[in-house]
Design a protein around this ligand. Sequence first.
Ligand code: KG4
Ligand code: ZN
Length: 347
Amino acid sequence: MLVLGIESSCDETAAALVRDGHEVLSSVIHTQIALHAPHGGVVPEIASRSHIEKIPSVIRRAVEESGCAFGDIDAVAVTYGPGLASSLLVGLSAAKGLATALGKPLIGIDHIEAHIQSAFLAPESPRKEDFLPLLALVVSGGHSAIVRVGTEGRPRVIGQTLDDAAGEAFDKAAQLLGLGYPGGPAIQKAALAAHGELDFEFPKGRISRDNPALGRLRADLCFSFSGLKTSLRTYLQKNPVRDEEHRNRIAAAYQDAIVDALASRCAKALKGGKCKGFAVGGGVSLNAALRARLKEVAEEADVPIFLPEPKYCGDNAAMIAALAGTGAGIRGKEAFLLDATPNLTFA
Ligand code: KG4
Ligand code: ZN
């Protein structure tokens, strides 16, 4: 089954062709980073306008680079949420139009579930189905969630951030430190250049059991990053950046706090979850310190870890087409009735 995947939930316009859920024939990503960088974050109006401009050429290139023709496509898969409403609408409309024109099925895909699939995209990578139940950490600019994929393949959120996403925490800190956008790579670079310990430790964002935002989620599997950002702002008010070395050491301590919050919750989840594997996805999974810590966590829990190749960590359409190829997603007439769903959740 040859699936064309389309992704436009945030600031990447992407299309890809994937055969049978794992063989990536092409993956084209147009990133809008340069458009949003001057604003220090994604501006929804700029994002949707750029998606409209780029989506035809991105889809055309994905088909050309795959060596296939439009007529070879068996189904069109598209992200319908979560994400920015006006951005999601562009991809969804393009996919509905294309599926109708080709007379092929449309498959609506959950972006977060697709990030989990991204860890299984490498040609030599094993099948997700062989490691169920699976624990997954999805960490991006918009989301931070610990997900358990059950033996029947259904994902369920078991822990998450109660406020900012991990990527957002990186982006906001980079802005406060004058390190530019996107913040994740900038903080990582600064942290790498740091020498020595900063005599300051950021709060670890533990959640008290009576926090009303928890709902049915366990406090020890959830995290909070808004306090971290506030403590950085307070620290900087009292201790303005003295020099490059000082800035680097702050970045290192801040990165450490995020990595620790994520890794400790995953370790907890793996302890009780009887999971056969541990997958990671999302833009923040590019972070080298996080990858190293999560490998340790997996080793301690004695489960294999699946990390996406760098090109599949951030938003891409290969993960959308691949997930559709495994049989997941909304299909049939229902798919054509799908609306952009900014707050889509499978919690
Ligand atoms: O998955 P993604 O491309 O888009 C969303 O769905 O949000 O993730 C983007 C996020 C940004 O917040 C960016 O700062 C973060 O991923 N990021 C990183 C790194 N590279 C990108 N965070 C930490 N370390 C990195 N190396
Ligand atoms: Zn994403």
